[in-house]
Design a protein around this ligand. Structure first.
Ligand code: IYR
Length: 228
């Protein structure tokens, strides 16, 4: 159904359309959604089982519904399934990660990571069928090679990644929110333009049959909430 256009100034508006549901349904739906999201875990052990491309398209479309300042949508999702590109990314990530684990990370940081039992080896970067490399667009390049501003880019791209991780979970897949540091190698390997900066590297797929995750506990509602 076409929405009726109402002009505000020179700009078209349409009626907000979201079905109203009862408070009881809201309770049920928020409980169900919490239970679903509470079962999401970051996974580092992937199966190489293929994932339909349509699922990846849908989760990226979902991420791109996120709000953004001045509706600039300052994100680019690079989708990598080519084994040669995945191999290049793994090799470059492991070079940086080895240096980080051996020389750059503080004792305190290494101790904080001990419960996760991570190290510089990143086999998941080749095993997972897809790597989604999220770039933030610091500004936009116009055809006249001038720059157009984007605003609060970290906040909006972070929110879009939250939507992406939720959509991945909802689709029955798993992901790792991976931050090899520094990440400039992704700009080079994926040949991204000067206005884009790597933000997160997210392997996506099915979990390995015998995948383990650390036995972590989440903070309680009281620990994370202050009511006024
Ligand atoms: N980037 C490294 C180290 C690492 C850092 C944090 I903060 C983590 O939550 C987990 C790992 C790695 O991926 O191993």
């Amino acid at each position: 159904m076409d929405s009726k256009i109402i002009m505000r100034g020179n700009h078209p508006f349409i009626a907000h359309q979201q079905p109203t549901i009862s408070p009881e349904s809201s309770k049920q739906r928020s409980t169900d959604f919490f239970n679903s999201m509470n079962s999401r875990r970051s996974v580092r052990e992937f199966s190489n089982q293929p994932v339909p491309k349509e699922v990846i398209e849908n989760i990226i479309k979902t991420a791109s519904t996120a709000p953004s300042g001045a509706h600039k949508q300052p994100w680019t999702f690079c989708v990598v399934s080519d084994p040669l590109v995945k191999q290049k990314i793994r090799e470059a990530a492991e070079v940086e990660e080895k240096e980080s684990y051996e020389n750059r990370m503080s004792e305190e940081w290494l101790q904080d990571l001990a419960p996760l039992q991570t190290d510089w080896n990143k086999p998941f970067l080749e095993v997972a069928p897809y790597l989604i490399v999220v770039f933030k667009r610091a500004y936009e390049l116009t055809s006249q090679a001038s720059k157009k501003n984007n605003y609060y880019v970290n906040e909006w791209v972070g929110i879009a990644c939250g939507f992406l991780l939720s959509a991945i979970h909802h689709a029955g897949l798993v992901a790792l929110t991976h931050t090899p540091s520094p990440m400039n190698f992704l700009t080079k390997i994926l040949n991204r333009p000067e206005n884009e900066r790597p933000f997160l590297l997210i392997p996506v797929g099915y979990p390995a049959k015998d995948a383990l995750v650390p036995d972590l506990k989440r903070k309680t509602l009281d620990e994370v909430t202050v009511w006024f």
